[in-house]
Design a protein around this ligand. Structure first.
Ligand code: R5P
Length: 299
């Protein structure tokens, strides 16, 4: 029987259509009813008995989405779904991977434990693996990680002549080195110290760049944009060409994006030029990762 695919918080229709078409999946129908008191009830119009069910929900700004995911999954299981796979192009809470301050918890573990108790499998794109090397350290269900490196490298090779790649912090070395190798470009990694959400300081190693090279700043997540801005401020004086910023996950609201653009312009001296993948929908999305997700689902 064909898998059933549901969209609750899919980042964009391109991704939904691609997954659905390539899997020859059937589009699932579900109604989310909100009672006058704000309580939620899912009613599935499609029959789930013994069906493989795929839910596409990207998890930026995850808190208001979480109860929907839990109730969706619990209802689907009660109605007989055989296997329930969560495709979360962006996976939240991965950055809270240790106790940073006394009195805090490790929310990556709590989030992983909730999702693991609801779904049978998880597929995501470039989760923020830093202190954890594998999702299996916190997720108890089978997980598969899709890397956006190949498609980012392809985009850079097609669009930028003489790219010089820059990673803003130690975590970024994993994807920056991989993309640099694929693009045959040089790269450096900056040193970042974060004092608070909006207080980030950078230092750079010696940069020997030619006038022809274009600096490409690469990060996995852009949230407040302070990392990008501080990194751009640090490296721009070493280059003649303007910096291009590329990120996998555009994890910010419109209001934050407006502030980020204004702050970047004031600090760096020109407009922010940001390109992202479509794991979270945004006007900066120029790189489509849907094919990689589809490949993992098919195999
Ligand atoms: C952190 O280690 C990540 O790789 C990103 O650099 C960080 O999450 C970006 O956050 P923001 O845009 O708030 O500086």
């Amino acid at each position: 029987m064909k898998p059933l695919i549901f969209n609750i918080y899919a980042p964009d229709q391109i991704m939904m259509d691609k997954i659905q078409n390539e899997l020859e999946a059937e589009k699932g129908e579900v109604n989310a009813h909100l009672f006058p008191d704000g309580e939620l009830l899912f009613r599935f119009e499609s029959s789930l008995k013994n069906r493989e069910v795929i839910l596409v929900a990207t998890l930026d700004h995850p808190n208001p989405k979480l109860l929907d995911l839990i109730f969706f999954a619990r209802t689907a299981k009660d109605l007989g779904a055989k296997k329930l796979t969560l495709v979360a192009p962006y996976l939240a809470y991965m950055r809270q991977d240790k106790q940073f301050q006394i009195g805090e918890g490790v929310t990556s573990r709590y989030f992983a434990s909730v999702l693991s108790s609801c779904f049978d499998a998880l597929i995501t794109v470039d989760p923020h693996l830093h202190r954890y090397k594998f999702l299996a350290e916190i997720y108890t269900i089978p997980t598969q990680v899709v890397s956006a490196s190949a498609v980012i490298a392809e985009w850079i090779s097609k669009n930028i002549k003489n790219a010089f790649l820059i990673g803003p912090d130690a975590e970024s070395v994993q994807w920056v080195s991989d993309i640099a190798e694929r693009c045959h470009s040089p790269f450096i990694i900056l040193e970042k110290t974060r004092y608070s959400d909006h207080d980030v300081k950078m230092t750079a190693p010696k940069i020997l760049a030619t006038d022809e090279q274009t600096p490409v700043l690469l990060d996995d997540i852009v949230s407040s944009g302070w990392t990008l801005t501080e990194a751009a401020k640090t490296i721009q004086p070493h280059f003649k060409n303007k910096i291009l910023c590329v990120a996998v996950h555009a994890v910010f609201s419109d209001a934050v994006y407006r502030d980020m653009c204004a702050h970047y312009k004031a600090a760096v001296g020109f407009e922010l030029n940001l390109v992202t993948t479509n794991t979270v929908q945004h006007v900066t999305n120029k790189i489509d990762v849907s094919q990689f997700i589809t490949d993992v689902l098919i195999n």
